[in-house]
Design a protein around this ligand. Structure first.
Ligand code: ZN
Length: 438
């Protein structure tokens, strides 16, 4: 018995010794120094700032702190530190030079996975350490991307993934926009009626989705009906939310038109993505439903117009919807609604995600408000506020740095020079001392 027990203990030690480097990194202490810290909670910056990191978590934040013996010091000089940024709406496995409706006939799942790895790295290096990925065209490639990132096989943001987004037949997420004589048997993301939707929700969770994405209305970049039109009935949206709630997980609703936005709020979705036709009634409803958040995607408008793959008909839709969406954003801002931050990359190219923050400031949002949206507010929307979203003791050490103070010039976020995720340095073009992980 004793021998057997010691054999088991030896086995466990063996497993621990063989574990990848993150397990070892837990004992390492790093102190990051910079001229200024914007901690993500909206208060005045801390100047100067020191952050002590033990393993993957932040242990202490102060203007000056005692550096423990043996700690690695990373001195970022005159830079401004911020929490890792969060994007609530990406499509990391999609390329910006392939229209998603062509992807099923011109690309393969391995191609999506490889480009997903590339896009994940580009997004992380741009300062985004957490992303909610709103779905690949090839189902569940995002689940594999998340696993590879979590296992340390490739660099990328920590991900929450949609798996296989749920659309009505002929709806905004129906990627089989080709002849009825063609089929792609492995892509089954269409569900009509509450029963099929319940099945789709269960199937998604079975295969590793973290949340459910449904397409409640038409879309800009789709051959289906107009973005303003509701595509899922109130009962269908409700069925998705009721079933996902049983699993303890949220639903994100792609919704442009006002009717679809309101049906999704009534059903209790977590996020209204795009939310373009947000009117006064929708704003009032969101105030009454504080667990539902408006998550616009605004900066993509100009990229749609410049795209070489988007047809003129969809560009025309884009011009109309973008203008209306800017009006909705200003309405939400005036009403002091919390406004999540998202990009819909690659509609805007991967890696330019921070342009959304810059654009929102251009539209009148106070700079600190926009930074809070991209950090602690987004963390709260994801239900991850205990782990990410601010530079405070106890959180995961997701830190970025830029050479210019973004509060005086938000374009500073175009030039992220330092990226740490979970205590591991992935980029350091500032201190000249740390060798980032490749
Ligand atoms: Zn999208």
């Amino acid at each position: 018995m004793t021998n057997r027990r010691s054999a088991i203990i030896l086995l466990l030690v063996g497993v621990w010794l063989a574990a990848p480097s993150p397990a070892v990194a837990q004992t390492i202490t790093i102190v990051v120094k910079a001229a200024r810290l914007i901690d993500g909670r909206g208060g005045p910056p801390l100047e100067p700032a020191m952050v002590r990191i033990t393993g993957e978590r932040i242990a202490e934040v102060a203007s000056t702190l005692v550096v423990p013996a043996g700690a690695t010091i990373i001195d970022l000089g005159n830079a401004t530190l911020l929490p890792g940024l969060i994007d609530l709406h990406t499509h990391l496995t999609d390329r910006d030079d392939v229209h998603w409706e062509s992807a099923l006939t011109t690309t393969t799942p391995p191609e999506a996975a490889l480009w997903g790895a590339r896009n994940a790295r580009v997004t992380l290096m741009a300062g985004f350490t957490t992303c909610r990925d709103m779905g690949p065209t090839w189902p569940y490639v995002d689940v594999e991307l998340r696993k590879a990132i979590d296992a340390g096989a490739i660099p990328g943001p920590r991900l929450l993934v949609a798996g296989n987004y749920v659309s009505s037949t002929g709806g905004a997420g129906d990627a089989r926009q080709f002849s009825i004589y063609l089929d792609v048997p492995f892509v089954r993301n269409l569900a009509d009626g509450p029963e099929e939707i319940v099945k789709a929700v269960r199937t998604n969770f079975k295969y590793g989705a973290d949340f459910i994405k449904i397409l409640a209305t038409g879309a800009v970049l789709s051959k289906g009906i107009t973005p303003g039109a509701q595509q899922y009935s109130d009962a269908e949206i409700q069925a998705a939310v009721t079933e996902a709630t049983r699993w303890g997980r949220p639903v994100a609703a792609h919704a442009h038109g006002a009717d679809g936005i309101k049906a999704a709020i009534r059903a209790g979705v977590r996020t209204i993505d795009h939310g373009s036709y947000l009117d006064d009634e929708a704003v009032a409803m969101l105030k009454q439903h504080p667990a539902t958040f408006y998550v616009p995607t605004l900066a993509l408008g100009s990229y749609i117009q410049e795209s070489s793959t988007v047809p003129e008909s969809e560009k025309a839709r884009g011009r109309v919807v973008t203008e209306i969406a800017v009006g909705g954003f200003k309405r939400a801002l005036a009403a002091n609604l919390p406004i999540g931050l998202a990009t819909d990359a690659p509609v805007m190219p991967h890696g330019l995600n921070a342009r959304e923050i810059e654009y929102r400031v251009l539209l009148g949002e106070p700079p600190m408000h926009a930074i809070v949206a991209a950090t602690s507010l987004n963390a709260e929307i994801l239900g991850m506020q205990d782990r990410v979203g601010s530079v405070t003791a106890g959180k995961l050490a997701d830190l970025i740095a830029v050479p210019i103070n973004p509060l005086t010039n938000m374009s500073a976020l175009r030039d992220v020079r330092f990226v740490m995720k979970g205590g591991t340095v992935f980029k350091d073009d500032l201190s000249g001392t740390t060798r980032p992980r490749p």
